[in-house]
Design a protein around this ligand. Structure first.
Ligand SMILES: *Cc1c(COP(=O)(O)O)cnc(C)c1O
Length: 381
């Protein structure tokens, strides 16, 4: 008799012991809490977590334990989950388009912060949400680059419309604020500078002193070997530019990262089903599973190949086409991926930095997508 092992030392120990035939996401609570503390200690304002990037309950519980006190939610489901797991946390309902029944649920659950990017949606909020002590943030967009893809294609008012919206928010008795999202995996800190300066212009043109400025998510996680995210430098830039742009009207700052808080706390191991005629690699996970994001924002090159015994395959790398397990031909990782030339059937391909937009986009298409979660003390192989 012995205690069953539920926390593993590292991914290799799990892989060689369990020999999993389904993809596994390894979760390091220590890495997740360290990411939260990095933001809480470094960001010059309130740190909230964008729930959509990874809504696993263990993730929310660990953020809560690490001191995260606010959550960016987009749906009644996310609101109820946070109310259950972190009852005292602030809910920021920052999906700017809402059905009336969703607004009614938010009011019922005591949501005190909403974002908006259009006159029609603002009219709904004014009609349905009691103004007293409640914040409405106007979301605007700029045509700036730096992110992996453009969030402005769906949400965000132009600066002109944002100015009008901000006047209306203030006149209706709500707490006026401004918000933006520079786009996900934004590796260029200059994007925040343009946004913050424009936010100050919008407030000035509207003649409104804003209470808070939400500088979004978009902070990068570590996806490429040679490119370490310079988060502290971005924090310092945000702090400096907020003071320069707003002067004595400097608002309180809020951020709502998803990827940068959860991305590096998870590592994926997918098994090699086949190396077809010594050429294409077929994995048991793909773009309909937890690798859904790769065709959208590019591959993660923080990969290793492990033998079934959990030992790293060294030696030269060779570029391979990698397919996922479904019969759909788009189920393929973008481009070619450099993997150990010695890769064999039964090996594991390990992708680090897989915590964001992975568990939650995993589907059961074609009967695949059975994804396991294993807790580890360390993600070091
Ligand atoms: C998705 C989203 C975020 C998180 O974005 P990341 O790029 O993961 O940091 C933050 N705020 C809003 C409104 C979002 O929709």
């Amino acid at each position: 008799m012995g205690l069953s092992k539920t926390i593993w030392t590292n991914p290799s120990e799990y892989l060689r012991t369990i020999q999993p035939e389904t993809p596994v996401l390894f979760f390091s609570p220590a890495a997740l809490q360290a990411a939260a503390r990095r933001f809480i200690d470094g960001f010059p304002g309130m740190v909230t977590y964008a729930v959509k990037s990874n809504p696993e309950e263990v993730v929310i519980e660990n953020f809560s334990a690490a001191g995260v006190r606010g959550y960016d939610v987009a749906s009644p489901f996310e609101m109820r989950m946070i109310r259950r797991l972190a009852p005292d946390a602030a809910l920021h309902y920052n999906n700017p388009v809402r059905a009336r029944h969703e607004i009614a649920t938010a009011v019922e659950l005591g949501v005190k912060s909403y974002s908006v990017d259009s006159h029609s949606e603002l009219a709904k909020l004014i009609e349905m949400v009691p103004a007293d002590g409640c914040e409405i943030s106007v979301r605007f967009k700029l045509p700036v680059s730096g992110a992996a893809y453009n969030f402005g294609a769906k949400f965000g008012a132009t600066a002109e419309v944002a100015t009008e919206l901000l006047k209306t928010v203030a006149a209706a008795g709500f707490i006026p604020s401004i918000t933006f999202h520079p786009g996900t995996q934004c590796t260029d800190p200059a994007a925040w500078e343009s946004y913050i300066r424009t936010a100050a212009d919008i407030a000035r043109d509207a003649g409104v002193t804003i209470a808070r400025l939400n500088v979004g998510g978009g902070f990068p996680s570590h996806r490429l070997n040679g490119v370490l995210p310079q988060i502290e430098e971005t924090f310092a830039l945000i702090d400096r530019v907020a003071t320069e742009a707003f002067g004595e009207n400097r608002p309180m700052l809020v951020c709502e990262p998803g990827r940068a808080l959860c991305g590096d706390a998870f590592t994926l191991a997918a098994r090699v089903k086949a190396v077809r005629d010594d050429n294409h690699v077929f994995l048991n996970d793909g773009v309909y599973g937890s690798l859904a994001e790769l065709p959208l924002i590019g591959v993660i090159d923080r990969t290793e190949v492990l033998t079934p015994a959990g030992v790293k395959r060294a030696g030269d790398k060779a570029d391979r086409i990698i397919f996922g397990p479904t019969c759909d031909s788009v189920d393929r990782l973008p481009g070619e991926v450099a993997l150990s030339a010695e890769i064999e059937e039964g090996d594991f391909v390990v992708f680090q930095g897989m915590g964001a937009y992975s568990t939650v986009t995993n589907s059961r298409f074609n009967g695949f997508g059975e994804l396991s979660l294993a807790t580890v003390l360390s993600l070091k192989l």
